[in-house]
Design a protein around this ligand. Sequence first.
Ligand code: GDP
Ligand code: MG
Length: 604
Amino acid sequence: FSVENIRNFSIIAHVDHGKSTLADRLLELTGTIDKTKNNKQVLDKLQVERERGITVKAQTASLFYNCEGKQYLLNLIDTPGHVDFSYEVSRSLSACQGVLLVVDANEGIQAQTVANFFLAFEAQLSIIPVINKVDLKNADPERVEKQIEKVFDIPSDECIKISAKLGTNVERVLQAVIERIPPPKVHRKNPFKALVFDSTFDQYRGVIANVALFDGVVSKGDKIVSAHTKKTYEVNEVGVLNPNEQPAHKLYAGQVGYLIAGMKDVTEAQIGDTLYLHKQPVEPLPGFKSAKPMVFAGMYPIDQSEYNNLKSAVEKLTINDSSVTVHRDSSLALGAGWRLGFLGLLHMEVFNQRLEQEYNASVILTTPTVPYKAVLSSAKLIKEYREKEITIINPAQFPDKSKVTEYLEPVVLGTIITPDEYTGKVMMLCQARRAVQKNMMYIDQNRVMLKYLFPLNEIVVDFYDSLKSLSSGYASFDYEDAGYQTAELVKMDILLNGNPVEELVTIVHKDKAHSVGKAICERLKDSLPRQLFEIAIQAAVGSKIIARETVKAYRKNVLAKCYGGDITRKMKLLKRQAEGKKKLRKIGNIEVPKDAFIKVLKTQ
Ligand code: GDP
Ligand code: MG
């Protein structure tokens, strides 16, 4: 293929606007997959994607397309829509020269449409607006055209109106890809240079790197070097994704494909790395900004004997999902584990589900917390911590007020798009979450786009659900990192008969301490078994008690169930009780089953 006949593009959109369905039709139209079968989101290969009906992982497919007698090679990347996976989108865009920006003809522009548009716009890609689902009864493509013109400044005659479900007008999309997206700017005569924009781990073949070739040619047997590690590898296999791996003799500049070269672990397989030929070094590509975790949570094996298996599962999964950060951690109740950083709660849930489904590992995840900061007050402390501003990803390590001049909390700039009948309710919700309004704009006669600066911890847990329910599902939300602001934070301890429980330490804004403390005490009350004495559950900030619950005493007698005689049954019961005790943690003289921690931590 000459470079002039190659097009590399991504499909981007808000969740559920039809990216993966459009990808199905493009695969069928180009004969990449069989049309006779009932193809549904073929590129959503992971079990978690099929179960949840969402794309979490960008997927590449190479298509061959004949247009006016010329044969074209189209490399398509289907991307996720949810904000938690926008890192997948931005990486995919680095391998592309254009995008299909898909917008639902009924819902119109939504918050992630705006976010994804700007990712493509900043990367200076050609943007083809595609209005999808014109078959829907309530479809109003003309209105969506006007929104696109108003918000993105794209002339409405550039919009292509399609039904991805029925296949209507999809051929026009392929023609637009060829006409409006430029071929990649690459040089085949230069030495080989490729960007690793994604990677997956295969149990038998090691790391499979997804590469975009900027210059030169690579074939099986070549010796290549990683610019990141400077290690040399021999290429075992190259090929294209069709959409399944299909080995090829060579990959040429302008192509997007995969490469296997015996890389075995996460330190070798850096996403954003540049590969070049041994003895033919090149200027490395700029790579990617590393993902910035928004929430942190502790992760522990359910059983400590599973620690090593879990460790290897986490390492392999982080090759495929490089946006997860990993630090070792340990807890008195839960043993050795890690503190993981995620881009959001959905990301955390998906990571957990993938560990279970793809690696058969089961874990305990603790309450998520956002990365707070503290500015230390004395030179001595700065020396001790080796920096002036420390980041706290584990609430147990929250430094006391006497040690700091101020605390800082992460903030994000949120975009909300809502029908204007809900604007009042949305504003009240934002206010209750300590948000500050920054902007408001009508995107058509009755839809409003609002911008708010939110403290991150106010939106990570249940903001999205609240927004959806107060707007009958019509409002959408997206956010981007906006740095830090000063915040009056306090550390809240949970006490059992006066003894603090390390696992349940929480950092909260001082105005929210009471309501959060009350909720934790109530949950703990429901999950603590009664004991021989009364237990006071208290939430405390410093020496001040802000919430309290009581678990009444209960005389536990395992032998009560045995009606006299049966001695073997008694022995069995006593033995089982002894085993049960091993799974307990003693706080003061109170026995807390591991299970109780899990219940409190999980549902917070
Ligand atoms: P994605 O999240 O953007 O990848 O969206 P999907 O491709 O998974 O589609 C989301 C839902 O919209 C699915 O239930 C599709 O069947 C449906 N859908 C996609 N395109 C169309 C269309 O053109 N018309 C109609 N009526 N439904 C569509
Ligand atoms: Mg999808």
